[in-house]
Ligand binder design. Structure first.
Ligand code: F6R
Length: 261
């Protein structure tokens, strides 16, 4: 794992977007795992910008989102399908048929989850998975005690996640209490991972995820098991990282980061 600390949330998002863009340039038919949420709202405009101004080509890209609320149809403005169309898909040359999210309206949720896993396998797995972290320590919607080997399934959301996300709904009480999420095991099978963390409200949970013990109480700590994982964070989110000086030294001195400094 490498931790890269950037001065602001915009610098952190820019670095994450550049790493994703580089992956797509190297492999135009990349399979990209995507996340939603406030953190990612700084990333997608950069990808749109790379598409418009640098010709970043999404025509062969396939995407799989981490999660979707149960009970929200795609046209609902709080659904993650709506979020993705609005922030990214409507503005780049991606074929919408190549964009996948769990089906929050599925009659048979278990079957829909199994089919989602099957679809990921069919395309050869995820090349790079973008992740955010919730204050509960979740990645996707893998709340505390999610098995580290868990697969795509329905998950009940914790009070802290409901508190965080219900403010985005016109009526907070309308926020679904359950979601379909890729499992921790599904996420760990991605060939590489980028965890993006910004804001001082995430400082405590980021330190636990990166420097604390691997525990299902903090699902994000499972990324410590991954061989190709970049954690990109803003300086305020990094405030509680004990190894910050070491992480900064690597970014400032290792040749692989030269073009990103
Ligand atoms: C959303 C997702 C979540 C978010 C996390 C952080 O698809 O997978 O894990 O990344 O809840 O959300 P924000 O960025 O809104 O703090």
């Amino acid at each position: 794992m490498e931790v890269i600390i950037r001065p602001t949330k915009f610098d952190a998002a820019m670095l994450a977007a550049r790493l994703l863009a580089e992956k797509i340039r190297k492999k135009p038919a990349s399979v990209i795992g995507l996340a939603t949420g406030r953190t990612m709202e700084c990333v997608y405009p950069k990808l749109v910008d790379f598409h418009r101004n640098e010709g970043l080509d999404f025509s062969l890209v396939r995407t799989f989102n981490l999660d979707e609320y149960i009970g929200l149809p795609p046209e609902d403005k709080n659904s993650y399908r709506h979020y993705m169309n609005h922030h990214l898909f409507d503005h780049v040359n991606i074929d919408l048929r190549n964009t996948f999210l769990p089906d929050g309206m599925a009659e048979d949720v278990e079957l829909a989850c199994a089919q989602y896993e099957e679809k990921i396998r069919e395309v050869g797995g995820i090349d790079v998975q973008l992740l955010g972290i919730g204050r509960s320590g979740h990645i996707g919607f893998n709340e505390s005690l999610s098995a580290l080997k868990s697969r795509t399934r329905a998950k009940a959301l914790t009070p802290i996640t409901i508190e965080e996300n219900s403010t985005l709904f016109d009526k907070p009480e309308d926020m679904p209490r359950r979601a379909i999420t890729m499992g921790v095991g599904t996420i760990l099978e991605a060939k590489s991972i980028i965890l993006l963390v910004t804001g001082d409200t995430k400082a405590d949970i980021l330190a636990k995820a990166v420097e604390g013990p691997i525990t299902s109480m903090v699902s994000a700590s499972a990324i410590q098991l991954h061989e190709h994982c970049h954690v990109i964070c803003s300086a305020d989110a990094a405030e509680q990282l004990e190894g910050a000086d070491y992480y900064n030294w690597i970014f400032e001195n290792e040749p692989e980061w030269e073009s990103y400094r």
